[in-house]
Ligand binder design. Structure first.
Ligand code: C2E
Ligand code: CA
Ligand code: CA
Ligand code: CA
Length: 281
């Protein structure tokens, strides 16, 4: 029994060891990735569900890892949060997205209402000099703030609602609007949602995925869209993959949507082509 136990322990130990080494390696790589500028931004178009025009893009980070290839945030965002590296990544993405938006504006003369939305982690949103730093990025890239949207989750505002209200108001005064991401999946902020000067709620993909075959998901989606409208906000549905899902969301009068049905996130040159082909219509 002792020998078996010993063997088991060794196997367990070795796999634990491998896991820890892999994690440490990824962390080392992540730190280097920032210096080596391995992060890039993909853009997923957001469509009007009434006329199917692109109204903007959501900026989504990708990591071009030298060995592992193009990595999605799911593979590194938790580690980035734990290590605090998310702060630098969020700034990089904001900077690249603003720069890209400025290029589109200059080269393609996009409509005034066209926007780019950038995801901000809760950590980022809690930074003391947030508004100053955003202002600086907008100055450096020479982008009009009205082209920018920030996507934050409920969690980011609920930890310190008073501070969040102050920050959101400052951002709004600059012309930057706020989306609440993944709405309905986090803490319930229903009781004081009306106190937040927020413009848009994003219906989480988990509800959209099941909207046409699960009555609860349909009812939750409906409740979110109605709540948004009653509070003077708009709604964006994420993760639309089928026509059936689209039909349901249009019935609910959800204004905007994004998802594989329309387009997956694409690189900047493919995004440019999407804008150009829309202009030719
Ligand atoms: P999210 O903000 O909810 O972004 C939507 C995610 O759903 C994206 O995954 C997008 O590629 C994916 N998606 C879009 N349409 C569909 C669809 O029709 N079907 C399916 N199955 N998926 C769809 P992605 O790019 O892997 O990003 C995952 C998450 O990582 C994001 O979720 C966001 O929370 C986080 N993230 C991405 N970029 C950043 C960033 O720059 N900063 C921060 N803090 N977080 C980021
Ligand atoms: Ca988002
Ligand atoms: Ca989301
Ligand atoms: Ca989501």
């Amino acid at each position: 029994a002792k020998r078996v136990g010993g063997a088991c322990y060794q196997v367990y130990d070795r796999s634990m060891h491998t896991q820890v080494v892999a994690q440490l390696q990824l962390e080392t790589d992540l730190r280097k990735a920032i210096e080596r500028q391995e992060f890039t931004v993909y853009y997923q178009p957001i469509f009007s569900l009434t006329n199917y025009q692109i109204v903007g893009f959501e900026a989504l980070v990708r990591w071009q890892h030298p060995q592992r290839g193009l990595m999605n945030p799911g593979e590194f965002i938790n580690l980035a949060e734990e290590t605090g590296l998310i702060l630098q990544i969020d700034w990089l993405v904001l900077h690249q997205a603003c720069q890209q938006m400025k290029l589109w504006q200059e080269e393609l003369v996009i409509p005034e209402s066209f926007t780019v939305s950038v995801n901000f982690s809760g950590k980022q949103f809690a930074q003391a000099n947030l508004v100053e730093q955003i202002t600086r990025v907008l100055q450096i890239t020479d982008l009009n703030p009205s082209f920018l949207r920030l996507e934050i989750t409920e969690g980011a505002i609920i930890e310190n609602p008073e501070a969040a209200i102050a920050v959101i108001n400052q951002l709004r005064n600059l012309g930057i609007k706020i989306y609440i991401d993944d709405f309905g999946t986090g803490y319930s902020s229903l009781s004081y949602l009306h106190r937040f000067p927020i413009d848009t709620l994003k219906v989480d993909r988990s509800f959209v995925t099941r909207i046409d075959n699960d009555i609860n998901s349909l009812e939750i989606s409906k409740a979110i869209v109605i709540l948004a409208h009653n509070l003077g906000m708009e709604a964006v549905a994420e993760g639309i993959e089928t026509l059936q899902q689209l039909t349901k969301l249009r019935e609910l009068k959800c204004e905007y949507g994004q998802g594989y049905l329309f387009s997956a996130p694409v690189n900047q040159s493919e995004a440019t082509m999407l804008i150009i082909s829309q202009m030719q219509n």
